[in-house]
Write a protein that binds this ligand. Structure first.
Ligand SMILES: [Zn+2]
Length: 329
């Protein structure tokens, strides 16, 4: 079994956070912006701790200023994902960073992103769908125009609504208005919870927002009743173990709860979150999971089946993906 070429489905990827360092360096050079400080000698992103990570992330993404930049970003990110066997990816897109939440501007950014995604699908066979996310620490009022952007552009490409940003800021229930609007527009619902927040934050995402999936959600392991609830209801966790280990949510791969959650019947999936920032790829995640927990072909096949079932795409796309996966799942 070659883990690198195994076809994969990724459900949790921040488009800007997936920007390859060489792409950001090139764009900064074109624009005459000096970003030398944010790169290591071997060309990766350089940061000391979580706070520094946030400032390096902000500096890197500050060079992305127009629809054309986002089109080029999409091309670079999808090429990288496809190189690691990803055949379907769902990317978080933030209208806050694509036109400041203005609907007209958002439509222009989205058209550019979509065009790049269509080109990548034609050349590399990778399918992309978008999940619109307001930024939690910008507050619930700021989320409303973002929800409107999501609702107005919901369709074949924009299929989900989530929330990113600082998980410790404010309460999820204060965003219910925005989530209701997204749901009424036919969008599927996920939310970051249970990464930095405890099991209670996962309960909030379930009870206050009615999520079908939880971004991370791994702190659920603290609460046996929640683990049972997840297993019984089939709410899917978008686990990103490499991200959690690098950011210190868990001290090591061995201590990451993904295997415990899986064996207790929780529907887990694997994604990379902001891969170059965490020096990871989907192949690397698979390799570490195989090494750490002895995951074999059957377990990876189950993982992919779960991700396929939980993907926020239409049924025709799901069937096409299932056909591509047939020999491996
Ligand atoms: Zn995330």
């Amino acid at each position: 079994m070659s883990l690198a070429t195994l076809p994969k489905i990724e459900l949790h990827l921040h488009l800007e956070g997936a920007a390859p360092p060489a792409f950001i360096r090139g764009l900064a050079a074109e624009k005459g912006i000096d970003l030398r400080d944010i790169f290591t000698e071997d060309g990766g992103y350089a940061y000391r701790d979580f706070t520094h990570f946030l400032s390096v992330y902000e500096a890197a993404t500050s060079v992305l200023t127009g629809p054309d930049d986002f089109a080029r970003l999409t091309t670079a990110v999808l090429a990288e994902s496809a190189a690691h066997g990803v055949i379907y990816t769902e990317a978080f897109l933030s209208p806050d960073f694509c036109g400041g939440g203005d609907l007209g501007a958002w439509r222009e950014y989205l058209a550019a992103i979509r065009e790049a995604a269509d080109r990548a699908e034609a050349s590399d066979g990778i399918v992309m769908r978008g999940i619109v996310t307001p930024i939690r620490h910008f507050g619930p009022e700021r989320a409303k125009p973002i929800a409107l952007c999501a609702a107005e552009t919901a369709g074949e490409f924009i299929t989900g609504f989530g929330i990113g940003g600082d998980e410790m800021a404010g309460k999820l229930k204060d965003f219910a208005w925005s989530f209701d609007m997204a749901r009424e527009a036919g969008l599927r619902i996920t939310a970051h919870a249970g990464e930095w927040g405890g099991a209670g934050s996962v309960w909030d995402a379930i009870n206050d927002l009615g999520v079908e999936r939880v971004g991370h959600g791994v702190q659920a392991i603290e609460d046996p009743a929640l683990v049972d609830h997840l297993a019984e209801t089939g709410v899917v966790l978008e686990c990103c173990p490499g991200s959690n280990v690098v950011l210190g949510v868990f001290p090591s791969w061995e201590s990451h709860p993904i295997e415990k959650l899986r064996t207790r019947g929780v529907r887990v999936t694997v994604s990379t979150d902001d891969p170059p920032f965490f020096r990871t790829t989907m192949s690397y995640e698979y390799g570490r999971l195989a090494d750490t927990f002895g995951w074999d072909e059957e377990i990876f096949a189950q993982l992919t089946r779960t991700a396929l079932e939980a993907a926020f795409c239409d049924e025709a796309t799901r069937e096409t993906l299932a056909k591509k996966l047939e020999p491996s799942i």
